[in-house]
Design a binder for this molecule. Sequence first.
Ligand code: ZN
Length: 432
Amino acid sequence: MSVGAKKTLVIRNGTLIDGSGQAATRNDAIVVDGNRIRSVGALPPDVTLEDRKNVEVIDAAGQWIMPGLIDAHCHMSYGYPLIKGEGKGKGTTRPEFSTLKSARSAQKVLRSGVTSISVPGGTWFTDVGVRDAIRLGLMEGPRMFVAGRMIVTYGCIEDDEPSWEGTPDHSIGKLCNTADEMVTEVRRQGKHGVNFIKMADSRSGESQMLAQEEIAAVVGEAHRRNLRVGIHSRGAGSTRAAAQAGVDWIIHADLATDRDLDAVAKGGMPIIPTATFLAVVVELGQKVGAEQVQLDINRMKRHFDLLCELMHKARKLGIKLLVGTDTGNNAFTRHGELHAKELEIFVKYGGYSPLEAIVAATRDNAYAVGLEGQVGEIAAGKLADVIVLDKDPLADITVLQGGRHLSWVIKDGRIVDLHPGEERLTFLQAAE
Ligand SMILES: [Zn+2]
């Protein structure tokens, strides 16, 4: 198939879960022209399935078709997985190396059925570079909507060094101790091509580190420049302040009281609870012991329980929840493995039906990648990001995890090669 003369793609048969929340239906034909879905339903009369020169056909009989998954919280350039001999910490101290590793991870993400990710923070402008390489077709990967280093003050999460060191260039936090410094940093990051600004309050939310006026200053500057603002906020005060300052989404919010959540409901922004990372820490800690995980398991369990409560409260208050995992934030949150675990948690602990969880991770999550109404649904006119599974995710939501039940991944109308390593092996064997 030559570039520029892409065939029309037709997905026949199968059960369609279209991402809109409508019940699953029998699929006749999904027709993809270029990177958009042209039609869903009866095969248009001008498309001839036998015309193999111009039409490529996927027969999904006995399988399930749904929009590509979106992870609303996925880090690509933190330096994980760790490489022997690399400096510890969030980033490596080598931007070139970080970029290549991030590019490799992006391919794993896509091959697990995740066609878009929102990246709330990373090293240097690594994620901007990888995003653009994917966009320009230099390599395969998910669509990326990226922030830069997190804007923090003294004492916030990611301000890990003593004050005389501050936040070195290879870290993922960027110290800004006044509203003026924050605005300057928004401008700097905007100049380098980020899609949104990530702010971050305290690590566990016990005390509020960012003033409402500071958050409002960032929101004002960012919005004027068409950038969105997301904030790491576990605390009560910071969540209320962020809501009142008009951020675009809040990550975690687990210690928020009912009064704080009222402010979020009034502000109308979604929350990305991100329970996956906590669940993995707790599960792993029980297996290998707390010391080995090097994180406070009890604190993680507390946060996890609070997030599950939040899921129920949010529904009552009409707050939209988005689905994010914090993949890539630690050595044991591997790319391509956990992107659908959050859906399992929504279903198991959050009172969501599997269909509701899928809608949250597709149609609703499109907002976290700046493409609301454009992607995350299988309907005429939408971007053609589609996955086909050999098991029913409505019967068992865990079949979405790790790409283990994927038959096809289609991103931007193109079929993704799910096993390129095997192909290479065959080639090597043939050469020997
Ligand atoms: Zn994170």
